[in-house]
Design a protein around this ligand. Structure first.
Ligand code: ZN
Length: 297
């Protein structure tokens, strides 16, 4: 069945049309995100919905929207740093303007749903999606659906405090996080975090790619050790069958083996650790998850 997904980002709105048994992308279109006002943002979304319907040749095409930030499950109101949408419900606004329903979901939750349904987490009952990009995002699915959440927080693992033992073991400073707190996991585990570690250990702020080219094993070892403890935190809180890795750092060479090793080093005795895998649907996974949500079971 054909369906559409929209990734509402801070710089672009990407629409993808999906089809086939695996819900694969058959066409896509990107426009810059209008950021002047909420009305302009809605007009950008409407433009992309109209393109999807025209391209599919179906009016009333199921279309889901993945967006960053916190989305209250009851009111639909959003809290987001990079879009002029805080305090608004995009779902309600689009319903009022277009007369039908467009589900709006946090992009990390959409990623988890996509990987649970026809992705790398297929066959696992509970799937944690862990996005290791500029920041760290998390999403969680059980039996291919979202558990109810009180306030619409996804699994905000990036802003859980770093394990004190890991900070002490590697003699790391406590870095300030973009959320305003100090010592969040994101400050050591994300792409930004990897560069923080490089700055601390090598005295140079290097990207993941630079570090790969230099063979900076010491930096990767510290990163994998700390990230392994963060994976243990996920296991202790959620005990998922499978953790699917996405985002730029999931493309690092040997990332799964490094993190399996990092997790095994800290795992509790006589427990089974979750399976770690790379995402199957790559950069399109969040959009695909939103489309699956619109399409239904
Ligand atoms: Zn934080």
């Amino acid at each position: 069945m054909i369906c559409g997904g929209i990734d509402l980002g801070g710089t672009k709105i990407e629409a993808r049309l999906f089809s086939g048994p695996q819900t694969e992308t058959i066409d896509l279109r990107r426009i810059p995100t209008p950021r002047g006002s909420y009305d302009e943002l809605l007009a950008g979304l409407e433009e992309q919905i109209a393109w999807l319907e025209e391209r599919a040749g179906i009016s009333g095409l199921p279309v889901g929207i993945a967006a960053p930030g916190v989305i209250d499950p009851d009111s639909g109101k959003m809290f987001t740093a990079n879009l002029p949408a805080s305090g608004h419900s995009i779902r309600h606004s689009l319903n009022a303007r277009l007369g039908r329903d467009f589900p709006v979901v946090n992009d990390c939750m959409a990623f988890a749903l996509s990987e649970a349904r026809g992705g790398a987490g297929q066959g696992s009952n509970s799937v944690m999606g862990l996005i290791l990009g500029t920041g760290v995002g998390g999403g969680y699915c059980v039996d291919g659906a979202f558990p109810h959440r009180h306030g619409g927080l996804a699994i905000e693992i990036g802003h859980v405090a770093l394990p004190a033992s890991a900070v002490a073991r590697h003699d790391l400073p406590l870095w300030r996080c973009g959320c305003g707190r100090t010592g969040c996991m994101e400050t050591a585990v994300s792409g930004t975090g990897l560069s923080n570690i490089a700055q601390h250990v090598l005295g140079e702020r290097l990207s993941g790619q630079d570090l790969v080219e230099r063979g900076a094993e010491q930096v990767f070892d510290i990163w994998a050790d700390i990230t392994g403890e963060c994976l243990l935190t996920i296991q202790l809180m959620l005990d998922p069958d499978c953790i699917v890795l996405g985002g730029g750092l999931s493309n690092l060479p040997d990332v799964v083996a490094r993190l399996e090793h990092g997790l095994a080093r800290h795992a509790l005795a006589n427990t089974r650790t979750p399976k770690l895998v790379r995402a199957r649907h790559g950069d399109s996974s969040g959009t695909r998850g939103a489309a699956l949500l619109a399409k239904g079971k």
